[in-house]
Design a binder for this molecule. Sequence first.
Ligand code: GLC
Length: 578
Amino acid sequence: MTSWASIAFVLGLGLLAVDASAPWWQTASFYQIYPRSFKDSDGNGIGDLNGVTEKLEYLKEIGVTATWLSPFLRSPMADFGYDISDFKEVDELFGTMEDFENLVARAKQLNVKIILDFVPNHSSDECDWFIRSAAGEEKYKDYYIWHPGFVENGVRRPPSNWVSVFRGSAWEWNEQRQEYYLHQFHKKQPDFNFRNPVVREEMNNVLRFWLEKGVDGFRVDAIYHAFEVEADENGNYPDEPRNEWTNDPDEYGYTHKIYTVDQPETPHLVYEWREILDQFQREHGGDERILMVETWSPIDIVMHYYGNETAEGAQIPFNFQLITNLNADSDAYHYEYLINNWLSKMPSGKSANWVIGNHDKNRVGSRFGAERIDLFNILLLTLPGCSITYQGEELGMLDGYVSWEDTVDPQACNGHEADYMWNSRDPARTPMHWTNGKLAGFTTGSETWLPVAADYAERNVQTERGIPLSHLNVYKRLQQLRQEPAIQQGAAEIKAVNGYVLAVERYLSGNYVYISLLNIFEHIENVNLNDVFSGLPSTFQYALVTDKSIRQLGDKVSSSSITLMPYESVVLRSTTTI
Ligand code: GLC
């Protein structure tokens, strides 16, 4: 429709319309469930699988088509389930294998896809494999990364200066084996040795096991840590160069990560897993099984996870560009750049994904301001590709206050009280708000594993259902709009109108044009859309308004003069088709 789009067409960039028969995940609305905090069915104050099953209908209500569940496998819970001691068992805290099977069966009835969190980089130190490895059993000897370290003047020191994400040396001494083992996260999370083909096969079997159980795919945890640089001919590992950001050798930022993340072999591991998923589909039929990979790498490296000339990779390498690069001061040009940069760097034929929060990041409303909650939901749900919402963001939940005494996140507990708030992930993990009743309807018990956030009485499912322009109802309306052909399959053009307003145009021949307009700042803005997009129909109507709007749903407006109230975001629909 406009020059940008036609250039994109010629270049084969990511703005092209999606084929109507595109695979399910391309336009899916994903929803991340952190099971500990979603719904407690047995009153012990910790969410569980039956709680998730009980609330699957809620996912339908809010238009979600797929959910990825943070880990619920057997674990000593040093990192709340990201330290797995048995990759093929459900932890009793969350329920039983039967509960999981029921969950999958119910999800299938409701047509909600289930994505598991696959944690390949490490196991728990209480995993049988690690116990055997520490004991030096032949088969398991090289399942993990071991090194004796160096003795200087009678004092033993670790093999290298590598630092753990959760502070301190990434090497931990093991008395039994008389060697250090590598752990890029908690010392109770020893890193696997992916150069060992037996380990690879072991993890491949974990994937097959859960595919057999009927899951629709995997979110792959911390993939960029999977490989470290190979040991040299003497079996040693090089020090990483110093960063100048900090003088604290225990802080993760102390070294520049050139040997411990983003090694060239890593995407190939994902290609191998994709092949396992595709093979499973070839043998068992059904819809495409997917991989969503977590990598906080520079964008050019992230793109490798989509695949290469000969291999398919992950369908969804998480797009963390908005999380990493935006803050409350970012202007509309910055949004525009980040979105278009992803679309233009994406290999041809691949599909975009949009994510702004998860269980590791502060809540959207706490990072960007509560007045921008609808703005981000509108953006994520009207951009081309799939959207990924973290539980509670549809309600506009904010960070809960968690005192130092109540803090349980190892990333915070390994540090100091003085700055724990900067490191703690607990505030984004407080229990989901279902009602305005006791403990937000999260549990029937008398306590919760993390405190319920103070504002639950206003921000909860029950209350927001009854408020026409609540965040929840805006979110539901967005999901209806996502069914529109132009938003499902149409081309997209993303432009800053000026520094304050971002516009997203979605269009498809024979259909109405949709435009999301986001006023990022606190001024009233008047917008002439014809300055931004060419060939627009002259009249639009409001297809979505928020509580910042003075216009009503259905009100007509000229494309040449649209007034946006402070922080107002809306979706407009042309009154004629194109
Ligand atoms: C990922 C998870 C995070 C976890 C870490 C180690 O980044 O999202 O919660 O602590 O990996 O598994």
